[in-house]
Design a protein around this ligand. Structure first.
Ligand SMILES: *Cc1c(COP(=O)(O)O)cnc(C)c1O
Length: 432
């Protein structure tokens, strides 16, 4: 009935998440409120991990892409499930460090890491640094030499796969700010350089072909392109690259019309493609990494809002305004992303209207969505926007000096705050 498996209704006709009445959560913690179901997050971690065990003999690591949702408690949950982490900034690294995350299970990403960030990554002893470009490699070599360390690195490769279209196409020359190009020989030259360099150790190659991808074919194709490159390196440079990182990007259900493949099918098909390709190329099977972000957390989260104004503009549209908006969920204004919404205190009623849910910021584009089927919503009602667990809190801002909402984890009938709601004093804390 609802897009995410953890949502239901109770005997009062209220929406529940992980078995808890969402209207009670709104009353207890206030709105706007991010609510995440810890059990579902853990279940998703396990399904990916079990997929590697079952279909690839356990020779791999699932690294949660922390940019989708990062806070100390999330790092602790991910660590306790035995997953690794992908971090893309000093802030994400520091969050993991402060949560006692095992540093050797972290991959450090970014297309323009600063020297300070590289130094932090080397000092903290992250598992590997995914190097994006030659300037970064040169800077990292210098930093490593100064510190007397030999960090493990991977290279981010552009495999030339465009996964944004339904039938993927190989592009001749890819236009992307991320990574080394294969077809120009740039990637090969970088590998050659790294192998001659005594201050870094090349342990793998990485690719990430996009996000919210429903097709499995482009992932299989990316694996084949990368393995062919590994075979080429082995033949010409005599080095067997031990690791292959296939990135993240697995699609999730935002609307009932979305139809993502189960993670297990993805793991089975990609594992089979890697095994088959290794056999054909006479390569040892690499240790694989995957980096799911959205698929682990998005379906586990909802955002609760209180309805304020309702504006019916005859023959045009009805605006239902909420006490949040683009500050806590900028995905509509950024990408026109669509969501399912429910009036939490009327969740069993029919969604009889189509409305525009508007935020409270001073921007006309500050909407949660247009033409959204919804129960009749009036001032004081609680609206739940579903599948907001990824790229909502992590992309939130203080535009209009609006305080960021709290994040609450629910788990087996209990709830707890994992990120506190910002106060007005938080808003001015850096003002001098
Ligand atoms: C964003 C990103 C991910 C995660 O993507 P999702 O779509 O959230 O799964 C993984 N790896 C890299 C390098 C990324 O940039």
């Amino acid at each position: 009935m609802f897009v995410s498996e953890n949502l239901n209704t109770n005997e009062k006709g209220h929406l529940t998440i992980g078995g808890i009445d969402t209207t009670e959560l709104a009353a207890e913690y206030g709105t706007p409120l991010y609510v995440m179901d810890e059990q579902l997050i853990r279940k998703h971690c396990r399904r990916f991990k079990d997929g590697i065990d079952k279909f690839y003999g356990g020779k791999g690591l699932v690294c949660f892409a922390s940019k989708a949702f990062s806070c100390k408690e999330m790092c602790k949950v991910v660590a306790s499930e035995g997953l690794g982490l992908d971090a893309v900034s000093a802030g994400e690294l520091y969050t993991a460090y402060k949560a006692d995350f095992p540093m050797e299970k972290i991959g450090f990403h970014g297309n323009n890491k600063t020297n300070e960030e590289l130094e932090l990554a080397v000092d903290l002893g992250v598992g590997h640094i995914i190097v994006d470009n030659i300037s970064e490699l040169e800077r990292l070599e210098k930093i490593a030499a100064e510190k007397g360390k030999r960090p493990h690195i991977m290279f981010r490769i552009k495999p030339g796969i465009d996964a944004h279209t339904h039938s993927f196409v190989k592009t001749g020359q890819i236009d992307s700010k991320f990574g080394f190009a294969l077809e120009t020989g740039e990637a090969f030259d970088a590998v050659k350089h790294a192998l001659s360099c005594k201050n870094v150790e090349l342990v793998g190659l990485h690719c990430h072909i996009g996000s919210q991808i429903f097709d499995i074919d482009p992932f299989e194709e990316a694996a084949r392109v990368m393995l062919n490159f590994i075979a080429d390196i082995k033949e010409k440079l005599g080095y067997a690259v031990p690791g292959l990182n296939l990135g993240g990007g697995f699609g999730i259900k935002y609307l009932n019309s979305d139809n993502p493949q189960p993670f297990e099918v993805f793991m089975e098909r990609v594992s089979a493609a890697v095994k088959k390709c290794c056999e054909d190329l006479n390569l040892d099977q690499p240790y694989i990494y995957i980096e799911p972000g959205r698929s682990i957390v998005a379906p586990a989260g909802i955002t609760l809002y209180t309805v304020g104004a309702r504006k019916e503009i005859p023959n045009i549209r009805t605006y239902v305004s909420i006490d949040g908006g683009m500050c806590d969920n900028p995905r509509y204004i950024l990408y026109s992303s669509e969501y399912e919404a429910v009036v939490a205190n009327k969740a069993n009623e029919e969604r009889s209207e189509k409305v525009t849910i508007a935020g409270k910021c001073c921007e006309s584009g500050d909407l949660i969505g247009e033409n959204m089927p919804l129960q009749h919503a009036e001032s004081g009602d609680i609206i739940a926007v579903c599948a907001t667990g990824a790229y909502n809190y992590s992309m939130s801002s203080n535009y209009n000096r609006i305080q960021k909402p709290a994040v609450v984890f629910v788990n087996d009938g209990t709830s707890r705050v994992v990120v506190k709601r910002e106060t007005l004093d938080d808003i001015i804390r850096n003002d001098v």
